[in-house]
Design a protein around this ligand. Structure first.
Ligand SMILES: *Cc1c(COP(=O)(O)O)cnc(C)c1O
Length: 399
C-alpha cells in the first residue's frame, strides 16, 4: 500500500517548488507565491480521482472524518453507527464532536453488516459511518437503502481503499460524504493529510470554512475575512500537499503494481482448500492494498501468524490480537479513559460498551489474516513470499 516506497524526483520537484518561493501555507500570501497553489491543485486532481464535485483537503484522515461529520451537522448527543473492525480514528473523530459512537457487527466483507446497522438505529442516529477496510467494501447498496429509508447520513471512510470501486464509482464517492487519509502508510501519502469529498455544495462550503477557523475565504485579504460560524484548524500545509500532488499523479502506476502483487499471492493461496477469501460485493473491485483471507479457526490463524514470523513473512496480521483495529483491545474506550471530563450524555451513551459482546465480528476477525501488499517487492520476492505463505499455512493446518 504505502506510496512512500516509491518516492522519487516528482515528489522532490513539487516540494522544492514550495520551498523556492517560501509560502508554506495554503491560504493567502497571493503576491509571494508565484502562482504555486499546491493544495488547490491537489484538490482539483482529487476531484477527478474520486469523481466528486468537491474536495476539501485537511490535516489528517482523522480530521477528515470529524470535519465531514461536523459539516453535515453531527454533534453533541448524536449517535453515529460504526463498525467494530476499523481504526481507532473512527471513534476518536466522532467523540471529539461530543457525538456517541455506536459499534455494530461486521460481516464477511469485513465491513458493516447491514442488518446490524438497521437494528442499531434509534431516534438519535444521525449517521452511518461505513469503513472500507483493507482495500475493499461493505454491502453498499444495502447500506445506502437503509440510509435513504431512515433519512440518515451515509459517511464513507475510504482511508484504506484509495483506488477501489463499487459499480464503477470510486470508494469514498458513494456516501453523502467520503473521507480519505494520506498519512505515511496510505496508498498515496502527503506525510500527513486527509480529504473530505462530497457532491453536496453546502457540506463542502461548511468543510472549507470549518477546517480553517470558520474563515469564509472570500476576497484576497485573509485578515478581512468574516467568520459565518465557529471553526477549528484542520488545515494541510503546502509542503504536505506538494508531496501528495506528486503521489496522486502516480496513483494508476501504484494501483497496477498493487494488483499484480495481490493477484500472485491470492492465486497461490487459493490452491489451499481450507483458505477462503473475504466477500467482495457484486460490482465491487478491490484496491488490492491488502490481501485478506480466512482460516478455519482461531488456533490455525494464530499458528499461521507464528509460522509467518519464523519464516520471515512480514506485514501480515491477525486483528483479533491487535490493539489498533478491533474492539476487543480497546479498553481505553470501554473504560472511557479521558484526559478531560466527558459529558454525561456521552458517558451514558457509551455505557453499553462496557459488557458488549460481538460474537459475529469475533467469528470473522479471529479467523482472518490480513497482509499488506507492498509496492517495492520485486517479482521474485512476490513469488518467494507466495510459496513461503503456502508452506506455512499447510504446516499450520496439519498440526
Ligand atoms: C489511517 C486511517 C484513518 C486516519 O487517518 P490519519 O491520517 O492517520 O489520521 C482513519 N480511518 C482508517 C480506516 C484509516 O486506515
Amino acid at each position: 500500500m504505502p506510496g512512500f516506497e516509491l518516492f522519487g524526483d516528482l515528489e522532490r520537484k513539487e516540494v522544492n517548488d514550495v520551498l523556492d518561493n517560501g509560502v508554506i501555507m495554503r491560504y493567502g500570501f497571493d503576491g509571494m507565491r508565484k502562482g504555486h497553489w499546491k493544495a488547490k491543485e491537489l484538490e482539483q486532481e482529487l476531484q477527478n480521482t474520486f469523481q466528486s464535485k468537491h474536495v476539501q483537503l485537511v490535516s489528517s484522515g482523522t480530521a477528515a472524518v470529524s470535519v465531514a461529520l461536523a459539516s453535515a451537522g453531527v454533534g453533541a448527543g448524536d449517535e453515529v453507527i460504526m463498525p467494530t473492525f476499523t481504526f481507532v480514528a473512527s471513534f476518536e473523530a466522532i467523540m471529539i464532536l461530543g457525538a456517541i459512537p455506536i459499534l455494530v457487527d461486521i460481516d464477511d466483507t469485513l465491513g458493516l453488516n447491514p442488518e446490524a446497522v438497521e437494528k442499531a438505529i434509534t431516534p438519535k442516529t444521525k449517521a452511518i459511518m461505513v469503513v472500507q477496510m483493507c482495500g475493499s467494501m461493505a454491502h453498499m447498496d444495502a447500506l445506502q437503502a437503509i440510509s435513504n429509508k431512515h433519512n440518515i447520513l451515509l459517511v464513507e471512510d475510504a482511508c484504506q481503499a484509495i483506488g477501489g470501486t463499487y459499480k464503477g464509482k470510486p470508494l469514498g464517492s458513494i456516501g453523502d460524504l467520503g473521507c480519505f487519509s494520506f498519512d505515511f502508510v496510505k496508498t498515496i501519502t502527503c506525510g500527513e493529510g486527509g480529504a473530505v469529498v462530497t457532491n453536496n455544495e453546502e457540506y463542502y462550503t461548511n468543510a472549507d470554512h470549518y477546517s480553517d477557523h470558520g474563515h469564509d475565504h472570500i476576497g484576497n485579504d485573509r485578515g478581512a475575512e468574516t467568520h459565518p460560524f465557529l471553526g477549528y484548524n484542520f488545515r494541510i500545509s503546502e509542503l504536505h500537499a506538494a508531496v501528495g500532488l506528486a503521489q496522486v499523479k502516480r496513483l494508476p502506476e501504484f494501483l497496477e503494481i498493487q494488483k499484480r502483487n495481490f493477484d500472485s499471492l491470492r492465486n497461490a493461496l487459493s490452491e489451499i482448500p481450507e483458505v477462503t477469501f473475504r466477500t467482495v460485493p457484486e460490482g465491487g473491485v478491490e484496491s488490492c492494498a491488502f490481501l485478506n483471507f480466512f482460516l478455519p479457526d482461531i488456533e490455525t490463524s494464530r499458528k499461521v501468524i507464528e509460522a509467518f514470523k519464523e519464516d520471515g513473512v512480514d506485514v501480515c496480521w491477525n486483528y483479533y490480537d491487535n490493539n489498533w483495529h478491533y474492539i476487543r483491545k480497546w479498553d481505553h474506550l470501554k473504560d472511557l479513559k479521558s484526559l478531560f471530563p466527558i459529558s454525561t450524555e456521552v458517558k451514558k451513551g457509551l455505557a453499553y460498551l462496557k459488557n458488549a459482546e460481538f460474537p459475529k465480528s469475533d467469528h470473522y476477525i479471529e479467523r482472518n489474516i490480513s497482509c499488506l501488499i507492498k509496492l517495492s517487492w520485486t517479482e521474485n520476492e512476490v513469488k518467494e513470499r507466495a510459496s513461503k505463505m503456502v508452506v506455512c499455512i499447510k504446516r499450520a493446518l496439519k498440526n
